[in-house]
Design a binder for this molecule. Sequence first.
Ligand code: SF4
Length: 319
Amino acid sequence: MIATSPLLDVRDLTVFFDAGDGRKIHAVSGISFVVEEGEVLGLVGESGCGKSSIARALLQLPRPAAGRVVFEGVDWTRASCRRLRRLRPRLQMIFQDSVSALNPRRRIGDAIAAPLVIMKAGSPKERARRVLKAMHDVGLPEACQRQLPSVLSGGQCQRAQIARSLIARPKMLICDEPVSSLDVSVRAQILNLLEDLRRRYKLAMLFISHDLAVVKNISDRVAVMYLGRLCEVAPAEELYRAPRHPYSRALLEAAAQVDTRQPAAPLSLVPGELPSPADPPKGCRFHARCPVAEKQCSTTDPRLEEIGSGHVVACHFPL
Ligand code: SF4
């Protein structure tokens, strides 16, 4: 049997930011994962753990400090800026704040057409046809085409953002908290829309959210992140039923106490504080908050190791 390459192959991705006082913030530290064609990988973790930094580093916004991002067989970390502009429509991002993601002075139809203009794809007539098709796909009334984002509701702006992402026929969407800023009723509609589009167009997704219930429903696999590192990756059903990393379990227990009607509720209920990413602890980064830590945990960094089919954990003493 011939092994096929994953759609997205991320190896040792590392992202630093300047803390402004000479120190470096370790936003993402040597993370590796893959996403297969049509697969949805959920990414969860507390605010500030580096989830959004991964999303931007995949798109080379900015370029990561180290590691490789291979998408459809092309290493984006080595691609020129000019080439990246042509590649990016294949891997599109959906941002949390859909209103700010749209240019306030650009009409919705022009915003949706923008990726086609960048790609120099199609005649003006063909672009207009594809704009209408994309708007139809996301349930946006044709009348919105000539309107500015300020006239639309939050849900309509999110639909416009999704239409703009879809128009270039991407293979994958990076959804960074796509429903966090929406009302509960609108959240459900947008999630249903993403599910529907995923099935219809066989889209792969990296679905980033602090809301574990949302991630569970849409994801095939889920990756749990803590302070710039992955601590567990497993099939969604397995991870929610029997998490093996103490942090994954703490997150799930904390999430069970969160009022799910509060869309922006932060995952800050895990006992203890998230250490500073400018000065990450030695050994296991979770050891100061871990209820089952042993001496070894404060000195030796655990590696991600396979403990079952498609299930990896970075812990010296998995549950
Ligand atoms: Fe806890 Fe040690 Fe596992 Fe880290 S390595 S999660 S501190 S048991």
